[in-house]
Design a protein around this ligand. Structure first.
Ligand code: GLU
Length: 485
């Protein structure tokens, strides 16, 4: 008995010793990049501070690249640490530093010239390089038209590389590069006539078009290109494999598509003309009413940019707007609503905005408790547009379908049924133009998103812009003073 226990004990000792040896053996081997990151628990990412990549908004860090890379870090159970490089050369040199960031997520084209500086993941976005000019100038339509123009692009960018390649065919072509600007600055310079042309990616233009009413696309220069994340050159593919698997999943489960739609969908939704019309109105009309929106927002505890977005959807910020159905004013109130909200003159923009703010808050308070933010805001807008009764009908139909009546994503799918007899005949309030609130909410969310970007307080520690309306630049920003909805 005793001998047997000793034998077992010895076996156990030996086994543990072998285990330790195996472990040690394992440790002796260099850990892969991925293993090292996992041991550290932090994913260090370098990016550019720009509206299309990474910036601070009222809720903190945001941006297309940020959101995507945050999901990647979350999937791996890692803490995300973002650093920004001042220009593209610096970005690549940081990526190549020992103990530097392990990944660059910055709207980068995996171009030929970059192959010695980085390895690129598979594509998460397809973009087209676009030559951009100022409205009113002669529109260039082919590469030969770039000669004798003042062209400025980002230093070290895929575009500088493209133009260099083009110089082989067109030796007279000249262009300048700058490390001191960002894409928004290039577009601003075209908009203001400081340079003739620039070359930017279609996604960056889509995002920024709304800020620059004079900027127009001249033509696409070359074929579509792919944006990818970059890692340092080398043999170790552990991180790159993980990134590629993540990107493949994001393509498959639709999350990438949704993210693209949110960040770059403005031009799709507004239309190209709508985007620059919005930009024009943003500069010319909104400043006249901004103070009223802010005042009403403060009185009623809502975000002023939501009210402004509603006002744009309703009247394009025109105080004397009227419709055949009898709604009037900047917020297009019906006579009944106006009276109920204490508005005596619907064409007075201050009163109209005040009435609209009071009304949306009232509508929101009527909604069932079960609808939580942020959906609660979208439901309130839908009810504002189509009426609470119809919305309730749509929620019942949604539930009957086995979907969630408290989620806007589900209810918006069902709302258009209110205009089909087979469905509305079963509802309490009957026929409604159910597609309308869906567009209404979608548009307002777009305008709201745009307004959120445009009104970010900028320049932490330095001077704040005089007006809260400005185009986002490349500066560090602090979160906005307005609370989220
Ligand atoms: N995609 C560009 C690049 O890879 C940077 C952004 C831009 O210039 O539009 O260099």
């Amino acid at each position: 008995m005793f001998a047997q226990s000793v034998f077992r004990l010895r076996c156990a000792c030996w086994l543990s010793a072998i285990g330790v040896l195996l472990l040690l053996g394992g440790c002796a081997e260099e850990p892969s990049t991925l293993e090292r990151i996992q041991a550290e628990g932090t994913l260090r990412v370098v990016t550019r501070n720009s509206p299309a990549t990474y910036f601070q908004d009222r809720n903190g860090e945001t941006g297309f690249e940020y959101e995507l890379v945050k999901r990647f870090a979350d999937d791996l159970g890692l803490k995300l640490e973002i650093e920004t490089a001042d220009n593209l050369d610096e970005l690549f040199s940081r990526l190549n530093q020992t103990n530097g960031p392990v990944l660059a997520a910055a709207g980068l084209v995996g171009s030929q010239g970059r192959q010695t500086q980085a390895r690129f993941s598979s594509a998460y976005l397809e973009v087209t390089p676009q030559v951009v000019y100022r409205n009113g100038q002669q529109r260039p339509s082919r590469p030969g038209d770039l000669v004798d123009k003042r062209i400025l692009v980002l230093k070290g960018s895929s575009h500088a590389e493209q133009l260099q390649a083009l110089q082989q065919q067109i030796p007279e072509l000249k262009f300048e590069e700058s490390a001191a600007v960002e894409v928004v600055d290039l577009l601003r310079m075209v908009d203001e006539g400081q340079i003739d042309l620039t070359l930017v990616d279609s996604n960056e233009l889509a995002m920024n078009q709304v800020y620059f009413p004079n900027v127009r696309v001249a033509f696409d220069l070359g074929d579509a290109q792919h944006l990818g994340w970059a890692v340092a050159p080398g043999e170790d593919t552990s991180l790159l494999d993980e990134i590629n698997a993540f990107i493949a999943r994001a393509h498959e489960n639709g999350s990438l598509q949704r993210l693209k739609q949110r960040y770059y969908g403005h031009v799709d939704v507004l239309g190209y003309v709508g985007a620059y019309t919005f930009a024009k109105h943003l500069q010319q009309r909104l400043p006249r009413y901004e103070a009223f929106f802010r005042q009403a927002a403060q009185t009623h505890g809502v975000d002023w940019r939501l009210l402004a977005a509603m006002g744009y959807q309703e009247s394009l910020w025109q105080p004397t707007a009227t419709s055949k159905t009898g709604v009037r004013g900047l917020m297009m109130l019906t006579l009944r609503t106006a009276q109920a909200m204490g508005v005596s003159d619907r064409l007075d923009p201050r009163q109209s905005i005040e009435g609209g703010a009071k009304y949306i808050v009232w509508v929101k308070n009527q909604l069932p408790e079960s609808i939580q933010e942020p959906d609660r805001t979208w439901f309130a807008l839908a009810a504002y547009n189509v009426g609470g009764g119809h919305l309730e009908d749509a929620r019942k139909l949604t539930e009957a379908e086995g979907l969630d009546p408290n989620k806007w994503l589900d209810v918006q799918k069902i709302l258009p049924r209110l205009s089909q007899k087979q469905w509305y005949s079963k509802t309490r309030y009957g026929y409604a133009r159910g597609g309308e609130p869906v567009h209404f909410v979608r548009n307002i969310r777009r305008y709201y998103d745009i307004l959120t970007w445009v009104t970010q307080p900028q320049l932490e520690g330095t001077q704040l812009a005089d007006s809260s309306l400005h185009v986002p630049g490349i500066d560090k920003r602090k979160p906005a003073e307005n609370p989220p909805l």
